[in-house]
Design a protein around this ligand. Structure first.
Ligand code: SME
Length: 159
């Protein structure tokens, strides 16, 4: 396994195109979900310098905090609550340019300004979400959605 990610900075798509194959190599044949989600969180945060990157996993009909990188965060989110619970309920990605304008946004940190939440869907069931926060407004766009969706689609196959 490579010890370091090799990323040549460029536009967002160029960076994702370099990162995704390295994540596949990093996860490789590892079957432990916590190890894989932890490394993916670290890789995304260090590559893009996001404020917070992590996973919430569905357990007993709640989202429960999983592996993450960044400041401490709320541990449990109900279906339909906040951006994460809404993405779970709607079974689709949600991009929020300004979290203060999202009704019901759960503020784990006042430094978080924008957010993307991508559901992890396995066999047509949401098993968790990938949540990424930025400390700048309107950080996330269709490019993030495209590549993070590809990442999550692949990731569920190795969870
Ligand atoms: N803001 C999220 C809660 C999780 S934290 O951002 C890490 C939400 O509204 O669901």
């Amino acid at each position: 396994m490579a010890e370091d990610l090799q990323i040549i900075q460029g536009d967002k798509a160029t960076v994702y195109l370099q990162l995704l194959p390295q994540l596949e190599a990093l996860v490789g044949d590892e079957s432990d979900a916590i190890a894989n989600l932890a490394n993916v969180s670290a890789a995304l945060k260090s590559t893009f310098n996001f404020f917070w990157v992590g996973f919430y996993l569905v357990k007993s009909d709640e989202l429960v905090l999983g592996p993450f990188q960044g400041p401490i965060a709320c541990t449990r989110i109900q279906k339909g609550r906040g951006v994460c619970g809404s993405a779970w309920e709607q079974e689709q990605t949600i991009i929020v340019d300004d979290v203060d304008a999202f009704p019901g946004h759960i503020a784990c940190s006042s430094a978080s300004k924008s957010e993307i939440v991508v559901p992890l869907i396995k066999n047509n069931v949401v098993i968790g979400v990938l949540d990424i926060d930025s400390d700048e407004l309107a950080t996330f766009d269709a490019t993030d959605e495209k590549y993070l969706t590809l990442l999550c689609q692949w990731l569920v196959s190795v969870l």
